[in-house]
Design a protein around this ligand. Sequence first.
Ligand code: 5GP
Length: 189
Amino acid sequence: MSSSSIPEHLQWTGDDLAGAVLTGEQIQQRVAELGETISADYGDTPPLLVCVLKGAVTFMSDLMRAVRLPCDIDFMAVSSYGAATKSSGVVRIIKDLESDIAGRHVLIVEDIVDSGLTLNYLRKYLGARKPASLEVCALLLKEGEQKVEQTIRYVGFTIPSTFVVGYGLDVAEKYRNLDGIYTYQGEGS
Ligand code: 5GP
């Protein structure tokens, strides 16, 4: 990103980033709306929010505070990408849930859906434990990239198909701590 278009607080990122896809303010506004919708939809049956680590951690921490229901939280860690920016299609469970989800209303909180392979795998994996319901809230959906047909109940934003970082999303563990979402134009992009 040229130093003229880079916000003052992101000067440390250097030339790896192109323009902002979403600003922190836009994300916060949408997260608040999602929280309202989820609160209204679940009403008397508060969901168990399942955060898919590490990328969804920022989204989860904002979303859970926007949901006005007494919901529980749990975490899973999966690995679908290495340090590269292309999906391997191979999903590995690194950390499983601590909760028993049988009979519970589970809402998977995901950062981004690209090919959809990760989500497809997770749905089957968690669906086998017989939750009362299993839905997905994804902050980002990459336009036209899905290889598997999916119904994603809550989508924050649909974005063009470029590799993005920030707001929890990384490249080789970097840039998770940006408040907005940016196109990555560094090595490997
Ligand atoms: P999928 O299986 O849908 O192709 O990929 C899903 C996972 O790949 C996401 O949970 C995320 O970890 C990673 N991913 C997909 N697209 C991007 C992207 O543009 N940027 C980053 N940082 N990770 C991505």
